[in-house]
Design a protein. Structure first.
Ligand code: AKB
Length: 344
């Protein structure tokens, strides 16, 4: 069994928020730890990323032939499968969400698994899941269970959450059980690992199609001197993470030896805050910001069903996970300086 070193990496959904952050970070490791970065996206690559990737492939993760072609051309040993239709867009078009989120993930897992088995080498498959896999039935239960464990409340109410939960299990299946009844059952070489991201806040990019988007949208609107109407109640509480921590989590999880992992799906905690607390923090730094509330009942229902915070002791124990940024530090040391610079 061989593991290539340095790495040849495939990143799907390269133009997305996490794609931007990951390519920026991994781009700096090129030549040392990384041989080649292959980026894939539905749309032309954001020009800002052009010189950080070696190969760009324009295409859809639902196109199995295209993905097979990419795997046969390049000696890929690590996949970051970021392409997804997020929760709000998914509720507007659940069929599309299923096709991309489940169909695309199945294609990649199954092709990566075939290649790993045929070439007798390990392929790591890093998958961002989400707190949307949780579905807490009432605000009372949400308040009573502020820190949800990986195996609790797994009754998602969005297509996106349903898709991600299923794909976590697909990843586990391909890594641990694939064709277990086959008589010539071979060792499984697909190494699937997954983190459940909370709402992410980046200073560089603005998300599209998610439901936790009110937090980054509020901040970016204030920085641009624009009004913002928040679509959830001020007391709505979920947890968030600064983008650099999200990127670090993916990279840390990739590097940890497989025998140190007691599971394949990990909660990771950032900071748990209400929309009102975010508003206050935004106003502290942009005192002229104009923020009001007009609740969208459907999006509110989604946020109410997501956990307020998570118990991440498994990630802490297995790979010493710790977010660098708490709420205050995320704003003071990362978001505010970077965003002021961006819109100056
Ligand atoms: C969304 O809001 O859909 C995403 C998520 C929490 O996974 N940001």
């Amino acid at each position: 069994m061989t593991v290539n070193n340095p790495k040849t990496i495939l990143i799907t959904g390269a133009n997305g928020e996490v794609g931007h952050g990951l390519i920026e970070k991994l781009g700096k490791l090129r030549t040392k730890e990384i041989k080649k970065i292959i980026a894939l996206d539905l749309n032309d690559l954001d020009p800002i990323l052009n010189d950080k990737v070696d190969v760009f492939v324009k295409g859809n993760v639902t196109d199995r032939d295209l993905l097979s072609d990419v795997f046969s051309k390049y000696n890929i040993d690590t996949v970051y499968h970021l392409a997804a239709v997020l929760s709000t867009t998914g509720e507007k078009n659940p069929e599309l969400a299923h096709e991309v989120n489940v169909g695309g993930t199945f294609n990649l897992l199954s092709i990566a698994n075939q290649v790993a088995s045929k070439e007798n080498r390990v392929i790591k498959f890093i998958f961002p899941s989400t707190i949307a896999v949780y579905g807490i039935p009432s605000l009372k239960l949400k308040a009573q269970n502020p820190k949800v464990k990986e195996n609790e409340f797994l009754n998602p109410i969005t297509m996106y959450g349903v898709n991600k939960l299923y794909c976590e299990n697909l990843g586990r299946y391909f890594s641990s059980y694939y064709q277990s009844l086959n008589t010539d059952h071979r060792p499984l070489l697909l190494d699937f690992r997954c983190v459940r991201f909370p709402g992410l806040i980046s200073a560089e990019t603005i998300p599209t199609g998610g439901t936790s988007d009110y937090a980054p949208e509020m901040l970016h609107a204030a920085a641009k001197g624009k009004k913002f109407e928040c679509f959830v109640r001020p007391d709505s509480k979920i947890h968030f993470m600064a983008m650099p921590d999200a990127i670090d989590a993916l990279i840390q999880l990739t590097k940890i030896p497989e025998n140190k992992l007691s599971g394949r799906v990990y909660n990771i905690a950032g900071f748990s805050v209400s929309a009102k607390e975010i508003e206050k923090m935004v106003k502290k730094h942009f005192p002229k910001s104009d923020i009001s509330y007009k609740v969208n009942p459907e999006r509110q229902k989604i946020i109410d069903s997501w956990s307020e915070d998570v118990d991440d002791c498994l990630a802490v124990k297995d790979w010493a996970w710790k977010a660098e940024y708490d709420f205050k530090k995320a704003f003071e040391k990362y978001l505010i300086p970077a965003i002021k610079n961006k819109y100056k």
